[in-house]
Ligand binder design. Sequence first.
Ligand SMILES: Cc1ncc(COP(=O)(O)O)c(C=O)c1O
Length: 354
Amino acid sequence: MFHLDKLIRENIKKLTPYSSARDEYSGEAKVFLDANENSLGSPLNRWYNRYPDPHQRAIKEKLSIVKGIGAEHIFLGNGSDECIDLLFRSFCEPGKDNVILCPPTYGMYEVSANINDIAIKKAPLLDDFQLDLIHLEKLVDANTKIIWVCSPNNPTGNSLHRTDIEMVLNNFDGIVVIDEAYINFAKQKSFVQELTEYPNLVVMQTFSKAWGLAGLRLGMAFSSTAIIEILDKVKPPYNINQATQELVLKAMEEVGQVNDMIRLLVDMRNALAEVFRSMPTVEKVYPSDANFILVKIKEASMIYRFLISRGIVVRDRSNVRLCEDCLRVTVGTENENTMLVNAMQDWYAGKQTV
Ligand SMILES: Cc1ncc(COP(=O)(O)O)c(C=O)c1O
C-alpha cells in the first residue's frame, strides 16, 4: 500500500517553511514596505524591483486549463532539473534511502542522487530500450523511495510501453516519476490525466523543448495535492523569477505557433532519420518520439570530431552502455540539417580518397 507519510523525509515532515513577505500579504495595497526591495525602481523599464509571485498563480491558472487538471496539482520549478532535485530532497534520506534508474537515461537523475547522497540502483533498459520489469522488481527494497522513468527517453528517443509503466505504478509503493520532457513530439499520450488513478505518480514536463523556452528555465511537476504541497514547502520562496513568469504567460498565448513548430520538427526528424538510414556506415537509426534521433554508426567518435571541425556539434554517446557507437542528433533548422547532411557527405567522400 502507498503511504505518503512513510516516504517523506523526517526533517521535511517537521519543517516549518519560510514565510515570505509576499506570502504574508498578497492583496492590493498601495504601499509595499514589507520586503526590503528597492522602492525607487530598477534600471530596467519594468517592475523588476519587486519580488515575483512565489506561487506563480497566473501561470498555474493557465496551465490548469491547458492540462485539464486543477492548479493545486501543479508545481513549477526552475527547470525540470529543480523539480528533480526537490524530489530527492523531499523524499530521500541521505546515506540511507535509494532510488532506481533505468539507463541509458537522462543524466541528471544520477547527478542529483549523488549530490543528495542517495544510493542508486540500476535496472538497465532491455536491448529494445524498454523497461526490464523483472530486474526492476528485484531491486526494490524497503528503502527504495523513487523509480525514475523517462518517456520518451533521452538519449534513446523511444517511448516506453504504457502497460509497463502502469505495471510499475500499480506495484511499487514508492513514488514513480515519469519525465515527459519530450512528450509533445510523441504519438503516446501523457500520463497527466492519470493523476487521480495513481497517488504515487509524479509527471514532469518542461517549457525547454516543444515550447522553445530552454533559456527561461521553467519545469513542471504534476501530482497529487499532497505531493505538490511538500514540494512547495521545500522550494526556495521565489524560485521562478518575474521575467520568466511574464514571458511564459505571453508565450502561452501562442499555442498555435508552438503546435506548428512541433509539427515541423517531427517532419524534419523523420526526414533526417531517413537520410541517416541511407548512409553507408549507419547500422541503425532508432525510432524516435522526441526532437532528436539516436544513430548507430561506425566510427561514431571520429565522426563526432569531424563534425566539430566543421562547426557542428552533436552528442557523442558512444561511451554510454547500450549506446555504443551512437551519436545523438538534435533536429535543427532546415538549413542546419542540410549543413549536417552535407558534412556527412564530405566525411564519406574523404573516406573514399584515403
Ligand atoms: C529527459 C529530460 N528531462 C529534463 C531535462 C531538463 O529539463 P529542464 O530544461 O526543464 O531543466 C532534459 C534536458 O535535456 C531532459 O532530456
